[in-house]
Design a protein around this ligand. Structure first.
Ligand SMILES: [Zn+2]
Length: 307
């Protein structure tokens, strides 16, 4: 397996993963989205909310605010020794919001939150939460915790994590007349004409649409395009909670830990056991988002009873 980083900044990483199967590339993508933990506000007490937005809608908006995460200092609540429902300093961070519009109406922003940990704050201070007018106030105590995207989308650490095939483009220089038709037809500006010859500017921007091959008036085999069978171009964009390269690294660690456990179980012949992390997601894990699955079952039973 080989990793070649094409670009990296605070928000986004682009890299080519080669020497792997599609299954592994997809496992990595899915792990980044649904298993790498990040911080999000999970519980909150509303002491005062005279704004126009209802408590539950405000709570939903606040829950979706991306929060800067420190994976080295905090643990998932289910892995914490404290076992407390409200958590301890290792598994939660308290953020408070205390805003009153004294003279003019104002918008309450994510930056109005005061965190007990200066490292664990909203990624952007400019996210509007609600609006208050003279005399109105919002007073909230919120608990941010680590969680995983498979439980709720607010714990998804990425705004996008995708992969695509890496293209291989061959130009037969003897037959190519450098007429420039493929340069015009390419939607991604992969080609250019330089010194009377067709040149490839950036093969990694090719999306394998085949327009260049179709446009060639000389000979359809003068330019050929194919997908490399074992190479994938990843684009991972973080919400800002963690650096993008850290997300990929953490996903790799999670995959390796799962596979280690899996192979250990096979060696011991314990293949009927439930393997941690492979078990179906319990929506009720945190108690908060159990949208009454039990009630639904009851309704069904009642319907069954009525002839
Ligand atoms: Zn704890």
């Amino acid at each position: 397996m080989r990793v070649q980083i094409l670009s990296l900044n605070d928000e986004k990483i682009r890299f080519i993963l080669s020497g792997v199967t599609t299954a592994l590339a997809n496992a990595l993508r899915r792990t980044i989205i649904s298993e790498v933990p990040c911080m999000a506000i999970d519980d909150m007490f509303v002491f005062d909310n005279s704004s126009v937005i209802h408590d539950e809608v405000l709570a939903h908006r606040i829950g979706l605010v991306p929060i800067k995460t420190d994976l080295d200092r905090y643990v998932l609540p289910e892995d914490c020794e404290c076992g407390s429902e409200l958590g301890c300093e290792k598994c939660r961070v308290v953020l408070t919001l205390d805003v009153e519009a004294e003279t003019d109406a104002r918008i309450i922003l994510s930056g109005d939150f005061v965190s007990e940990d200066p490292e664990v704050v909203p990624v952007s201070p400019d996210i509007p939460l609600t609006k208050v007018t003279t005399g109105q106030a919002v007073r909230v105590e919120a608990y941010a915790r680590l969680g995983q995207g498979k439980i709720h989308a607010k714990w998804q650490p990425v705004s996008s994590a995708t992969y695509q095939h890496v293209a291989e483009i061959d130009v037969d220089e003897e037959r190519c007349t450098a007429c420039g038709e493929c340069v015009k037809s390419c939607p991604k500006d992969v080609f250019t004409i330089k010194e009377g010859k067709l040149r490839i500017v950036d093969v990694n921007s090719c999306i394998l649409c085949g327009e260049c091959v179709k446009a060639c008036p000389v000979d359809p085999t003068a330019v050929t395009q194919a997908a490399k069978p074992d190479s994938y171009l990843f684009t991972v964009e973080s919400t800002g909670c963690l650096p993008p390269e850290r997300l990929v690294f953490e996903a790799g660690k999670i995959l390796v830990a799962k596979l280690d456990e899996f192979s250990e179980k096979i060696e011991k012949g314990e293949t009927d056991d439930i393997i941690a992390g492979f078990e179906p997601v319990e929506q009720q894990a945190r108690g908060l988002y159990s949208v009454g699955s039990g009630d639904l079952d009851d309704d069904e039973e009642e319907e069954d009873e009525e002839p």
